[in-house]
Design a protein around this ligand. Structure first.
Ligand code: MN
Length: 491
């Protein structure tokens, strides 16, 4: 399913106390609100008004239906009037979809002349939403709370951002990841408990033989390569005479895509330590697959591959870009400090500032032929880097705010794509915090999500979340990690 195919069910809480006239007005207004939200252009998915619920049975029924409906990626609730929350208990304890409690009201302003007790009976969101909030807190049900006027663009944008996250949770629960080869020998941070990940995040992580991929590579027809070369020519500058090397990458891309699509996999990993029978480490091939929306992780890093696929799915239609990334080296000048991110080959061109060039250079490791790869600079802008690590018994998602800059020097002899950034709150503290939290060298770098969205996603998936931002200090983070460790051991 694509992002726009998901829908969100709008469920309005009420009760029979007010009489049919008030309930009809509430239902009409709820329908109008759904229509106007859909027409706002701020939401990536449709809001479907379902019911003004007046009884325990109505709420239990609609939540059961939401759980079973594959198109429904979440519910949005609101209380125009007062909805006694014991009515919600039987539904909420069985809720399996992400929940957003939208604390809003139909009218923007208090109408000075019009306000009387009839108006007060009809417009009770201020205390209706508090009763509704209590039961969420009391039941410890994970939920997103968005407060504000429903016609304000910023409020609509926040709902849209949460919808992307909730749809990303649905995508996660059906994600399949194809591994070619194991993790890089001796590396710890790319390891993880695949059973735990499947139980928590839904990912089906399995391996396929590199030998089978080589059979697919050998079976690719020249005409198929010709077609893909035309697409490369449209998108990239050819800065090499070694056309055969590019054609071999096209061959690898077509073969990998066929295997991925055959198995319904939206993400993959490989390793330079297991390229048996392949002529080149996939570079351009992986980069162009990333640009088409597939997740990727190098050195067998299936966790970063899965996160890349999910964030790409969540950000469909956004233009900032999302890439598999690795922290490579630092610029530690006294007055300006930067991180330089890159990889051996496989950075996604969705983050490129200009038109990427295809270049062919030797690769020092892996012992294969010189691979073709895309070379470019990442663009300027605010972004995040995200890392999923296995803490033993639980998963931790770490998200750091960064500001990407145009690389401050051309680095003409660096033969790979590169992104340069300032970590928050600054390089030194940001680095100390990242290391304290156990963040990996591999990350997903995205200009199209923010820390609030990653926090929302971690809450829905029931995993630990660590944010490093402009206000984070090592002292506060160390305390938070200690308390979090105790809390998660008790969970
Ligand atoms: Mn790496």
């Amino acid at each position: 399913m694509n992002l726009k195919d998901f829908e969100f069910w709008f469920i309005v809480g009420s009760q029979y106390l007010y009489g049919p006239e008030v309930l009809d007005t509430v239902a009409t207004r709820a329908q109008e609100m759904a229509e106007k939200l859909n027409a706002s252009g701020k939401l990536p998915c449709k809001v479907v008004y379902k019911v003004t619920a007046k009884t325990n049975a109505e709420i239990t029924d609609i939540i059961r239906d939401a759980n079973h409906d594959t198109k429904c990626a979440g519910i949005i609730t609101w209380c125009h009037t007062f909805s006694p929350s014991k009515m919600w208990i039987n539904g909420l304890v069985n809720l399996q979809k992400p929940w957003c409690h939208f604390a809003t009201q139909y009218n923007r302003e208090i109408p000075n002349e019009e306000i009387d007790m009839d108006f007060m009976n009809l417009n009770q969101a201020a205390h209706g939403d508090r009763e509704h909030g209590f039961i969420g807190a009391r039941l410890r049900t994970p939920r997103k709370i968005i407060a504000g006027y429903w016609q304000d663009p910023e409020v609509q944008e926040r709902i849209g951002k949460w919808m992307r996250v909730a749809a990303g949770a649905a995508f996660s629960r059906s994600l399949k990841i194809m591994r070619f080869g194991d993790n890089m020998r001796e590396v710890a941070v790319t390891e993880g408990d695949k059973v735990e990940v499947q139980a928590k995040l839904g990912w089906q992580v399995n391996t396929w033989p590199v030998g089978e991929l080589v059979e697919f590579i050998d079976a690719v027809k020249d005409s198929e390569v010709d077609e893909l070369m035309k697409e490369y020519e449209k998108l990239y500058d050819f800065a090499t005479d070694n056309i055969d090397a590019i054609r071999y990458q096209a061959r690898e891309e077509i073969a990998m895509k066929k295997m991925l699509d055959r198995e319904g996999c939206c993400a993959f990993s490989n390793t330079f330590e297991n390229l048996y029978g392949m002529k080149q480490l996939p570079g351009l091939a992986s980069q162009h697959l990333l640009a088409s929306g597939y997740g990727y992780g190098a050195e067998g890093d299936w966790k970063v591959s899965g996160m890349t696929a999910i964030i790409k799915f969540m950000t469909e239609g956004k233009t900032g870009g999302t890439a598999f990334m690795e922290d490579y080296t630092y610029h530690l000048a006294p007055e300006n400090k930067y991180s330089l991110g890159a990889h051996m080959l496989e950075v996604c061109p969705s983050v490129a500032a200009g038109r990427p060039r295809i270049e062919v250079h030797p690769l020092g490791i892996g012992g294969k032929e010189d691979p073709a790869r895309l070379v470019f600079e990442g663009h300027e802008g605010n972004a995040v880097v995200v890392s999923l690590v296995d803490m033993g018994g639980r998963l931790r998602l770490i998200c750091q705010d960064i500001h990407c800059v145009k690389p401050i020097m051309p680095m003409p002899n660096l033969p790979v794509a590169r992104v340069m950034w300032q970590a928050m709150p600054n390089l030194q503290t940001g680095l100390e915090c990242w290391i304290l939290a156990g963040g990996a060298h591999h990350t997903v770098l995205s200009y199209d999500v923010d820390a609030e969205q990653m926090r929302d996603w971690a809450r829905i998936m029931n995993i630990e979340f660590v944010h490093i931002g402009k206000d984070t200090t090592t002292v506060s983070l160390e305390k938070d990690l200690l308390l979090s460790d105790i809390a998660w051991r008790l969970k």
